[in-house]
Structures are given as C-alpha cells and as structure tokens.
Design a protein around this ligand. Structure first.
Ligand SMILES: Nc1nc2c(ncn2[C@@H]2O[C@H](COP(=O)(O)OP(=O)(O)O)[C@@H](O)[C@H]2O)c(=O)[nH]1
Ligand SMILES: [Mg+2]
Length: 470
C-alpha cells in the first residue's frame, strides 16, 4: 500500500541541452496515464520504443518508456519513465501534455520522489539524505562516501547500536515489572558492562559521524596569525591563484577571503583572514579582526602562520596560546598546525617537525616551496583520522560514510542520556525507573537518525533542499 494518493511528474534531467531528457511520473494513475500517452501500458521493467501521443492522437515525439509497477519501484508506487530528446522546449511540451492526462496529476515538489520512497519505507532518512549528497557532492571522497551511506553502511552501524539498546531496555523494563522469582534477572555487573559498551559505541560513532560531516561539508581551514606573517601568500599558494592581495603594508587583508580546493579527493574550504594583534586604531582593521575571530570559531583546522625572523615589537602580538584559550571557552577545539613561513629568508630546512605536541611545517609561501608538503599533510591528516575512527569496525577505506549535523546532534543527545542512565545506575546500585527512562530517551534520539519520530516540518526542510525531479 503506497502512502500517497496523488500522482506527480517532473523532468528529472537538468535544464539545458542534452542527448536525452527524462520525465518521471509516480503514483496511482500511472497505468491510465501511460495508456493515454503511449497507447498501451509498457511491459514492466522493459524498455519500449513508443510514440508519445498528443491529445488528438498525433505523434508528438518518439520515446523510450519504462514502467515499474508498485511496489517494486524507487518510490514504491507505479512509476513511468519517459526518455525523450534532451531539449528544454520539447521536454516542456511533453510535460504539458502529461499534465493534461489526468485530474490527479501535478508537478512534483523538489525531492518528492525521494520523500515518497522514504514514506513508503523503501529507504530510511539517512539513505534519502545520501541521495541528495551524491548529487551535491563537491569532491570524490564525498561522492564515494555518500554512495556508501546510500547502500546503508551508516544506517547498519546505528541499527547495531539500536539493537543493543533495545535489549538493554528489555532487561531494564522487565526487572522493574517483575520480581526476581518471576524472571531470571541479569546481574547488575552485566548491565553495567552492557551500558558501558553502548556508550563506547555511541561515542566512537560520534567521531566517525563527525568525519562523515567533514566529508560532506568539506574541511574548513582558516589561515591566521599576525600581520605580514605571509598568510595571504600562503592562501594564494594553496588555492593556486593570486586571489589575495599581498603587500608589506601591515593590515592589507581587511576582509576574509574564501576559496574551495580539492586535495586528494577531499574538499577544503580555505579562508584567509586579517592579521590579529591586540589593538588597532583603524576601524576597518578592527572589523577585519572581529571577522577573523568568527572564522576561527567555525574552523576545523587552523594554520597559524609565523615569520620566525620577525623583529617587530611583540608587545601587541596575540599568541596562539591566547587563541586556543578563547576557542576553548567557546567549546571549540579545532586542529592546529603552525606554519614557519619565509624559509627562504630564515634558511630553515623545509619539512615537518613536532614540538610540544604541535605540528610545525617550515615552508616558503612566497616561493611556493614546501606548500605541497602542507597539502599532503592536510589531506593525509584527515584521511588518517577517518581511517583510525573506522578501523574498529571496517577494513580501511571501505567504511567511509557521509553524514550531516543532524546526525551528530542526535548522537550527542543520545550519548548524554546514556551517561545520565549510567549515573543513575551507579548511584542507585540497581535498576530503577529513571534509568529505564533515560535509556528510552537515548533510544528515541537514535531513532531520529532514521527519520522515525521526525517532525513533519523537519522532513519538509530536508526534502526541500533536493533538486526537482529527484
Ligand atoms: N621572502 C619571503 N617573503 C614572504 C613570504 N611570504 C610572504 N612574504 C612577504 O611578506 C609580506 C607580507 O605577506 P602577506 O602574504 O601579505 O602577509 P599577511 O599580512 O600575513 O597576509 C609580503 O611582502 C610578502 O611578499 C616568504 O615565504 N618569503
Ligand atoms: Mg593578508
């Protein structure tokens, strides 16, 4: 039984000229519509070359038609796909004709085909989102990871945790409802262990999911440091074009500049910022610095640029330590790499070293010397983190999945309830109703990832970001 009643239609190929253009129709009235348009209902799942008929029976176009009867289709409803020539006008003419075939048919909303697939239980919400992410992927890794999510890798991992939680809840509920004589009670220590394992899994999953979000959104790298350190020069070297103005005049960069580059198949959003110092008499520079702080707060990785030869007065310098403190207060902990720039002047050897737990990369931004090393480090660093997080479950590179902030939020809340359940358990030394309630709330948060208990307005928001015809 399909969930929706009306029939929808949309051009599913992008606007513009192309070899073929595809129109998709989904819903109850598809057989009746096919009869009117093509003179017959095409054989299920067989491509048929057929005339596309106008209202007076004349031939408008020759098309390939494909019919997928419910429930074995993408949406779970009857689907008719019409492959015509890929010109905007001809496709509009066909669309107009289709809209006249039935009073029940209308143009589909963005993402409506996928929404119907979700409502008809053909896919869960994670998979529906993955479809949009495949289409919108801005890097090779993002596309591959979205494809993994669509195949259910992410959903399966959450299901495993969810199953464990169901079991624990069952034990908890039954030990509250029945006495020890009526059922065999699991020892308290076992319950404690089971809960600890679930908490571990949720927290590991949070880390993997965070990297899934990074793959989807790209990694936000912010270049910062004091004026004249060579931030804009580094920005230009990384993005490969002379985008930022470089000059010896302190405070040249007033506004933040953004560029997106792909390094080893991962999208990096790189931002150049105005140099930081304790005070400035220039109002525009002050606004620039305010923006730098905003960028730092939203970054995944900071490149802190230093000119080791800098002989200027250090009185007004803002230290990296200070930046870290400010971000820590905002509960932000981006990765930090220190760049020792101007190696051509300092004569320091180009390379990577680790001092006091900081990674330091020595390079010359102006001469683009050592920047390849930095690029390699950035892409390897993120890959390393992803592999490390996935290693507990899947072989290298096979488990990358794409994820959204929404998923992170659900995992974070779930983890919070689980920790509260743990506190309950440890303080009461036995299973009580508060413990069971926390487990229930943690479970509910996990279920939200699949779109269960997801409010309608959130669903509408998610699907409205899809393209038309998907
Ligand atoms: N010799 C040398 N000069 C550099 C290097 N990087 C930047 N500079 C110079 O330092 C000055 C300030 O550079 P800029 O990129 O505008 O610094 P920002 O204020 O941190 O953005 C300019 O004169 C650059 O040519 C470098 O690697 N070597
Ligand atoms: Mg600059």
């Amino acid at each position: 039984m399909s969930y929706t009643i009306d029939t929808v239609v949309a051009i599913s190929t992008p606007p513009g000229r192309g070899g073929i253009g595809i129109i998709r129709i989904s819903g109850k009235s598809v057989p009746e519509i096919a009869h009117k348009l093509l003179g017959k209902i095409p054989n299920p799942r067989k491509a048929e070359y057929l005339p596309f008929l106008d209202t007076d029976g004349s031939i408008l176009e020759q098309v390939i038609a494909l019919f997928f009867p419910e429930p074995n289709s993408f949406t779970g409803e009857n689907i008719l796909e019409i492959h015509g020539h890929g010109g905007q006008i001809i496709l509009d003419i066909l669309l107009e004709r289709i809209l006249k075939t039935s009073s029940d048919i209308r143009i589909a909303h963005p993402g409506e085909f996928t929404k119907r697939a979700f409502l008809n239980n053909k896919i869960d919400l994670v998979q529906a989102e993955a479809i949009a992410d495949i289409i919108d992927a801005t890097s090779y890794q993002a596309a591959k990871s979205a494809s993994n999510s669509l195949q259910g890798i992410f959903s399966r991992k959450i299901h495993i945790i969810s199953e464990q939680l169901t079991n624990l809840r069952m034990y908890a509920e039954s030990s509250i409802d029945f006495s020890e004589d009526e059922i065999s009670i699991i020892p308290y220590e076992d319950i404690k262990k089971k809960l600890r394992n679930i908490i571990n899994d949720v927290q590991k999953m949070y880390k993997s999911t965070y990297h899934g979000v990074l793959l989807r959104e790209g990694i936000k790298i912010v270049i910062a440091g004091k004026p004249n350190a060579g931030k804009s020069s580094l920005f230009n070297a990384l993005v490969g074009i002379d985008r930022a103005i470089i000059s010896t005049i302190s405070g040249t960069t007033r506004d933040t500049l953004h560029e997106c580059v792909q390094l080893n198949g991962i999208a990096f959003h790189i931002t150049d910022t105005a140099g930081l110092q304790k005070k400035s008499d220039n109002e525009i520079e002050q606004i620039g610095m305010k923006r730098t702080w905003e960028e730092l707060s939203n970054s995944d990785h900071i490149l802190w640029v230093i000119d080791p030869n800098d002989k200027t007065d250090k009185e007004h310098d803002i230290t990296l330590e200070h930046v870290e403190k400010v971000l820590f207060c905002k509960n932000k902990k981006p990765a930090i790499t220190i760049i020792h720039n101007k190696s051509d002047l300092t004569k320091n050897k180009i390379g990577i070293s680790i001092i006091n737990n900081y990674t330091i990369i020595t390079l010359s931004a102006l001469f683009d010397d050592g920047t390849d090393l930095l690029k390699e480090y950035l892409s390897n660093n993120i890959k390393f983190q992803i592999q490390e997080d996935y290693s507990y479950n899947l072989a290298e590179n096979q488990g990358n999945f794409i994820a959204r902030r929404r998923h992170l939020d659900a995992l974070e809340k779930s983890s919070k309830y689980l920790l509260s359940a743990q506190t309950q358990l440890l303080s009461a030394m036995s299973i009580n109703e508060l413990f069971a309630e926390d487990l229930g709330l943690a479970h509910k948060e996990l279920s939200k990832i699949f779109g269960k208990c997801t409010p309608d307005d959130l669903l509408t928001r998610i699907f409205s970001t899809f393209c038309i015809g998907k």
